[in-house]
Write a protein of this length. Structure first.
Length: 886
């Protein structure tokens, strides 16, 4: 990396890793971890390592479009301003809404929040962070008086016991997990406890794994509180000085789970011995940190579960101390920044809510002509408002609600009811863009310029190093253009993102005479040069010298009394499934991000998993007569999706798992959102997206096959009558399809096309067709009755550009792709499959992890695959003893 490298921040998760990039306008660059950034000290996970792979202008939206036709920014913003003005005049301010995203920069969020809440008079400003951690926000506010996660990443390393509750940190926040595991490996006293119904990648590394019944985390922590009290393990001195409502919380916990550990264990679906082991470990270890994530938040009582967990920490005084705290881990890169500016419908700005004093102070600061005075609609209610015709103009930015909100069919119907749907995005095709009247091209990572706040309150810069492509513009700029056309010239007359951040910091100074910790007043006069030179800093960055490293270390909380609150909770247990039904758990994959609008286009990131799979236990699979590769339909009352079966021994019986990433753009029968109910937590409005009850139906297509095509805009029409799954390679797309049409008829239907190669093998009931140009294979179709193997992206990247025609014909003929290492890619950085690792281990029976890594390099770059590599070593294939066998 040269001296002119630019420091920026990763675009994906809430760890917010620092990244170094060459200072050049080049979309083929490689990135490196920033060794000085306090979030990662040089490490990057596989997604971060391959940030350069998502820079090519593939499927980019490059100009505004109006009703599908390219237009200018001037015309687009005229049109939008006209529609907003008309809606507000005719139907009132609440007929307008923003639906934003934790992918936006703080400045974008600030501009949207200011326009809606101060100038249009509506608090209909919600965000996909509602789906991610809004329950944790309410838990924080109830317990601490403010949405202020107390700890630093160092505490994750320092904790003697780290408890992950409903978090697969190994895959969702990999660098943070690696930091922990490094500390873990250096100190044998450290313990990792994972609470998760699934044997996730994190659970595989745990010293103690509590595979609880889905949704019973709240009961687990209530039972822990009961145990801590019974064992006299609470810190009553701390409680007396710093905590309120201990008795009420304890009483509620006893009412919820009783005092009998056998009963508690049964409620949670684990053995009493395991439960006791966990309780004892917690009770005796002062330096305990509990980190939680979607497994708790995305439930019908995520707030109560969060408070049940925090209650245990408050009762033992384990908040604000080195290695001891309760820590909600944010999913998105700037979910925290969005909450700082007030980017949730129930917040006003800078951690202020809709009380009279806050409304007045914010209104005075903004010189606001039309101040919102009450909370707006939260995400699910907002789309319900759309369905009821209340929202006339909806502006969606950097998110894909059709794919990510529950009950996708309801969201589609709701969007059809909105008169004007505006979508700002970087790509030109998502499930949501289908419903856009106006599409606005946004800047992507590498082009954006602004601030993001990670999950331990560290504010870092995302810096641009690429010129904006086409007519793409910053989101704050688009909002400001519209605001000016609405007549708010002075208030939105910013010329640089720095002015917006400074304004945000100036507004935060209204908190300096309150108990709130969110305060950026020390940078209220930030110059452009300071902004450009910004080094990562945790908030508060306040004049009163609050220590940002660890909040509440003095036991003084953000409440009026200065004391924290324990909360009496009764978390809801999801309704039990019936005998023939399955609990569908949803979650993340290691190499994909959200609805794949960026990672799905990177061939490298499709190596680990490039098909939409539903994981099922072997016993259930046998009972349902389904095998690996079968196509099945999962259905609930809300809808259904189709996915490919993967038999997974670590999956619990009665439960299936499917990743949340796939959607209609990548799988034409849609993704898990089709089956999720719109049930929300009553306090936070966060949907219970973590699980659903489904039935499974095996589909019996007549034939299946795959199509590789180098032009994704030119897919053949016959695909519409199949069920297909799409995966991007470097030079095209690969679609695996399943069809009900008899194979013979399908073969016949292809006869009117011209191909460079055709093979109809009736013996094998298979047929193959291919077309070539001077670059190699550009169209390859295979159809057969037996389940086909599909070529992997690595093979296709070669066959479509560098390998000779004969070579790929050979592959087509044999059905075995010579250059395609068989097996599943484990290490994306070095393209190493599980079969290669197993072969090495068989050939070198005495070698362990170190020798394996020295030879194949797997897991030696970003380390994201280390859990899988270690598991393969631990379960190394046994050598056959030929002498004994004979
Ligand atoms: Fe990016 Fe990975 Fe770091 Fe998350 S852990 S910020 S995805 S590099």
């Amino acid at each position: 990396m040269n001296d002119a490298a630019i420091n920026t921040t990763c675009a994906y998760c809430g760890v917010g890793c620092g990244v170094k990039v060459p200072n050049q306008n080049d979309r083929t660059i490689r990135v490196k971890g920033d060794s000085e950034h306090p979030a990662n000290y040089g490490r990057l996970c596989v997604k971060g390592t391959h940030l350069g792979d998502v820079l090519p202008l593939r499927s980019r939206l490059l100009s505004p479009t109006l009703k599908g036709k390219t237009t200018t920014w001037d015309d687009a913003t005229d049109f939008i301003a006209g529609k907003i003005a008309k809606a507000v005049a005719e139907h009132g301010p609440d007929s307008f809404a923003f639906y934003l995203s934790g992918q936006l920069l703080t400045e974008d969020y600030y501009a949207a929040n200011k326009l809606a809440k101060g100038f249009l008079g509506t608090a209909n400003v919600d965000t996909n962070s509602r789906l991610c951690m809004s329950s944790a926000v309410v838990s924080h506010v109830r317990a601490f008086g403010e949405d202020s996660p107390p700890i630093s990443f160092e505490d994750i390393e320092d904790a003697e016991v780290l408890i992950l509750a409903g978090s697969n940190m190994a895959w969702a926040h990999p660098v943070l997990f690696q930091r922990r595991m490094k500390a873990h490996s250096l100190d044998s006293q450290k313990k990792l406890v994972v609470i998760d119904p699934r044997v996730s990648a994190s659970a595989k590394e745990a010293d103690l794994h509590l595979a609880i019944k889905p949704g019973t985390d709240g009961q687990l922590f209530n039972a822990l509180l009961v145990y801590l009290t019974a064992q006299n393990a609470c810190d009553h001195d701390y409680i007396t000085k710093h905590v309120e409502n201990f008795d009420a919380a304890l009483e509620a916990a006893i009412a919820d789970v009783g005092t009998n550990i056998e009963h508690q264990a049964e409620l949670c679906g684990v053995s009493p011995a395991l439960l006791l082991e966990f309780f004892e470990l917690f009770a005796k270890t002062q330096k305990t940190t509990t980190a939680w994530s979607m497994g708790i938040n995305q439930s019908e009582s995520g707030v109560d579960k969060g408070n049940a967990l925090i209650n245990c920490h408050l009762a033992t005084g384990r908040i604000g101390k080195p290695g001891a705290g309760a820590f909600s881990i944010t999913g998105q890169p700037n979910a925290m920044g969005g909450r700082e500016v007030g980017g949730l419908a129930n917040q006003l700005a800078v951690h202020r809510l809709f009380d009279e004093k806050s409304i007045q102070q914010v209104s005075d600061f903004w010189q606001a002509p039309a101040m919102a005075t009450r909370p707006g609609l939260k995400a699910v209610d907002l789309f319900q408002g759309c369905a009821e015709g209340k929202i006339k103009v909806l502006w969606i930015m950097a998110t894909n609600p059709v794919a990510s909100l529950p009950d996708a069919n309801l969201i589609k119907a709701a969007l059809n009811c909105v008169e004007t749907v505006i979508v700002s995005d970087v790509v030109d095709a998502t499930d949501t863009l289908t419903y856009a009247d106006i599409a606005l091209p946004a800047l992507a990572w590498g082009e954006k310029d602004g601030m993001v706040t990670n999950t331990d309150r560290t504010i870092s810069r995302q810096r641009p190093f690429l010129l904006p492509p086409g007519n793409a513009q910053a989101d704050w700029w688009a909002i400001a253009q519209v605001a000016k056309k609405l007549g708010f010239e002075d208030a939105f007359n910013w010329s640089h993102a720095h002015e917006i951040f400074r304004e945000h910091a100036q507004l935060s100074a209204i908190n300096s005479d309150t108990p709130l910790t969110f305060d950026l007043s020390a940078v209220a006069n930030l110059t452009l040069e300071d902004y450009q030179q910004w080094q990562p800093q945790q908030w508060p960055i306040a004049k009163n010298q609050l220590n940002p490293k660890r909040l509440y270390s003095d036991g003084v909380f953000s409440t009026l009394s200065g004391k924290a609150n324990m909360v009496a909770v009764k978390p809801v247990i999801p309704i039990e499934r019936k005998e023939h039904e399955f609990t569908l758990n949803t979650g993340r994959l290691r190499d994909q991000w959200h609805t794949m609008a960026r990672t799905g286009y990177a061939s490298t990131l499709n190596q680990h998993t490039n098909q939409f799979e539903i994981h099922i236990n072997p016993e259930d699979a046998q009972r349902c007569n389904i095998a690996n590769g079968d196509l099945i339909e999962a259905a609930s009352n809300e809808g259904c999706f189709a996915a490919i079966v993967r038999i997974e021994p670590s999956q619990n019986t009665g439960e299936v798992f499917a990743p949340m990433h796939w959607n209609q753009h990548f799988a034409n029968k849609g993704g898990v959102a089709n089956c999720i109910k719109s049930t929300v937590d009553p306090l936070s409005g966060q949907p219970a997206s973590k699980h659903a009850v489904v039935t499974l139906k095996k589909l019996n297509p007549n034939h299946n096959g795959f199509l590789f095509i180098d032009d994704q805009t030119n897919l053949p029409e016959w695909l519409n009558s199949t069920t297909w799954f799409k995966s991007y390679t470097t030079h095209g797309v690969l679609l695996k399809f399943y069809s009900d049409e008899p194979l013979a008829e399908f073969i016949e239907s292809q006869s009117n096309q011209s191909f460079d190669f055709t093979l109809d093998d009736s013996m094998k009931e298979s047929a193959h067709w291919a077309k070539y140009n001077d670059q190699g294979l550009f169209y390859w179709l295979t159809a057969q009755t037996e389940l086909c193997q599909w070529p992997n992206t690595k093979f296709l990247d070669q066959a479509t550009h560098t390998v000779s025609i004969n070579h790929s014909i050979n592959a087509i003929l044999t059905g075995n792709f010579e250059d395609q290492a068989s097996g599943k890619t484990v290490c994306t950085c070095f393209s190493i499959t599980d079969e290669e690792i197993k072969t090495y281990l068989l050939e070198h029976p005495k070698n362990g992890l170190n020798q394996l890594q020295a030879s194949l390099k797997c897991g030696t770059n970003c380390g994201s695959c280390l859990t899988e590599v270690k598991e393969l070593v631990a379960n190394r294939p046994k050598q056959v003893d030929f002498y004994k066998a004979s």
